[in-house]
Design a binder for this molecule. Structure first.
Ligand SMILES: [Zn+2]
Ligand SMILES: [Zn+2]
Length: 374
């Protein structure tokens, strides 16, 4: 295996809200939940505000990166929420024109990611915020699984909404099928990185006589995460209290994570159903191929004529592995590993489904390996 000795895995949440916008908790509340879940990093993405100076850095050993979620508050039809991961100056004044906004985020070397691009809604909760402006270009990725958003379609009646608040894990099945389909359509044109976020707000609702905190920080930090692979380790929080040293480490570590996200070296893991730590999807030259061929999820590999590629999948537990090419299942089986020889160009990605709480649930969604023939 060409990668195992050189890879480091970190996991965290990339879409979270605090009292700086419409979240119910402070940074300390958010970090307390993240610490209990054992997260390595969080991206805090409050609506149309960037509170970076005050809040970014290491908190309780967790790398806290402050980005923002930008949308046009005056848009006639709500939607077009853009996660701006890694921005250093506020871009919310550009919200009116999604293309201008995306270009501005890219100019900062940050990552524009479409938040909850496809959303279901019900009569009980008719407000929804999908992405409308699909004609834009240059966005880096999509939020394939937005945990909060994925529940919207279930809240058809008050009793169901109540049950949803009490037992969210009973309802959670995976990314919306329409979202997976849209992603497959997009990646046939160009690489689009998939991320998973919770969109935690920890809002308390009153339903009749009952008051209920829907998807609190503790719960969300354990639910849908993005797992990132890097080739060198994070430097972490220095032991000394030296401010320059700390600043240098934070700078290095945020860049390391952002670069891995940029390359798609990551997967979406539903850790509430069981830790997804240890998953791997990579490719190397098959027996008759040049041994120098190697690719990790997110990579594009050019395959010379006459050479084959072997895809490898390893999962942390024996569950239902599905290997897909251009959105269609190519091979599947219950196992902890699967290898597959490919000779055709295409977009190869992996889903792992796990039986939990009486149903088959989406557990792991890898970024694709893009195979081009040369
Ligand atoms: Zn949003
Ligand atoms: Zn949000």
């Amino acid at each position: 295996m060409p990668f195992d000795s050189n890879l480091y895995e970190y996991f965290g949440n990339i879409h979270m809200h605090t009292t700086y916008s419409d979240g119910a908790g402070s940074f300390d509340d958010l970090i307390a939940g993240a610490a209990r879940a054992g997260l390595d990093f969080v991206f805090v993405t409050d609506h149309n505000v960037l509170v970076r100076e005050k809040e970014e850095g290491y908190r309780r050993g967790i790398l806290t990166i402050v980005g923002q979620e930008v949308h046009d508050e005056e848009r006639a039809v709500p939607g077009n929420h853009l996660l701006c991961l890694g921005v250093e100056t506020d871009v919310s004044h550009l919200a009116k024109d999604p293309q201008t906004l995306i270009d501005a985020v890219n100019r900062q070397d940050a990552l524009p990611v479409l938040a909850h691009p496809i959303e279901e809604y019900t009569e009980l909760f008719p407000r929804h915020y999908p992405w409308h402006s699909w004609e834009v270009s240059g966005y880096h990725g999509i939020e394939l699984w937005n945990y909060m958003s994925s529940f919207r379609g279930f809240a058809t009646t008050v009793p169901r909404a109540l049950l949803l608040g009490l037992l969210p894990y009973r309802f959670s099945r995976g990314p919306l099928p329409a979202m997976l389909e849209k992603w497959d359509e997009l990646t046939r044109q160009r690489p689009v990185v998939a991320l998973g976020g919770t969109d935690v707000h920890a809002t308390t609702y009153r339903i009749g006589p009952v008051s209920l905190c829907f998807l609190p920080y503790d719960h969300c930090a354990k639910a849908v995460n993005t797992h990132i692979l890097t080739e060198t380790p994070l430097w972490g929080q220095p032991d000394t209290g030296d401010a320059d040293f700390l600043h240098m480490n934070v700078r290095h570590d945020r860049d390391l994570l952002l670069n891995a996200l940029r390359r798609g070296h990551c997967w979406v893991g539903y850790d509430l159903a069981g830790p997804t730590k240890g998953f791997l999807f990579w490719a190397e030259g098959a027996a008759n191929s040049d041994s120098g061929l190697a690719a990790l999820m997110g990579d594009t590999i050019s395959l010379p004529a006459g050479q084959n590629l072997r895809l490898h999948i390893e999962t942390p537990a024996a569950e239902e592995i599905r290997l897909l090419r251009n959105g269609r299942i190519l091979s599947q089986g219950r196992a902890t590993s699967l290898s597959y020889d490919v000779r055709d160009a295409g977009v190869y990605r992996v889903e792992v489904w796990k039986h939990r709480w009486g149903k088959l649930r989406g557990w792991i969604f890898s970024n694709p390996i893009y195979v081009r023939r040369v």
